[in-house]
Design a protein around this ligand. Structure first.
Ligand code: ZN
Length: 177
């Protein structure tokens, strides 16, 4: 995993590039939750499901398929009654926010890779650049030298691009008014 902070901040920043009228605070909050939630799969370890398994860590919850289903689910639950909003755009935001989790994990220096194409393919992938220092799975270990290095690495590789997105979004949204 990248840390929950990195996932949350990315989803927030991605939301800022979308039209302000469609992406409300509630939508952004759901986007942030969507970006953090895939790591709930660490619970698999408790049930003895191995890392490499499709239902293991970085498995199905980190796939594009899951991101699409999850985004549809959120639209169904939270936007069923919206008739004024363009749901496709909101869907796209939820999808990208959720999928951004796997993408960031695919850029990390450790772990087993991400099952981007589950359930079709079992295989795990990394992106060609393993640049983000991998975050420990346990909270205790996050408060250590390792955690410090993770924060520095994420501040650079996630924080700076996210800030750029926020500025870009601000500019794009301002121009339209
Ligand atoms: Zn993850």
């Amino acid at each position: 995993m990248a840390s929950a902070f990195a996932h949350a901040f990315s989803a927030f920043a991605i939301g800022k590039v979308f039209p302000k009228a469609l992406i409300s605070k509630t939508v952004i909050t759901l986007g942030i939750l969507s970006a953090v939630m895939p790591d709930a799969d660490v619970i698999a370890f408790r049930f003895g499901i191995p890392y490499e398994h499709m239902f293991g860590h970085r498995g199905i919850t980190h796939s594009f398929f899951f991101a699409a289903i999850w985004a549809l689910l959120l639209i169904g639950i939270f936007h069923a009654k919206d008739i004024t909003k363009d749901k496709k755009v909101v869907f796209l935001y939820y999808f990208i926010a959720t999928a951004s989790h796997g993408i960031l994990d695919g850029l990390t220096t450790g772990g087993r890779g991400v099952a981007f194409f589950a359930p079709l393919l079992d295989q795990r992938y990394f992106l060609p650049w393993k640049i983000i220092k991998v975050s420990p799975l346990s909270i205790e270990r996050f408060f250590s030298e390792w955690g410090m290095q993770v924060i520095m690495s994420e501040a650079f590789w996630v924080g700076i691009p996210s800030l750029l997105l926020i500025f870009l979004g601000y500019y794009m949204n301002r121009k339209k008014q």
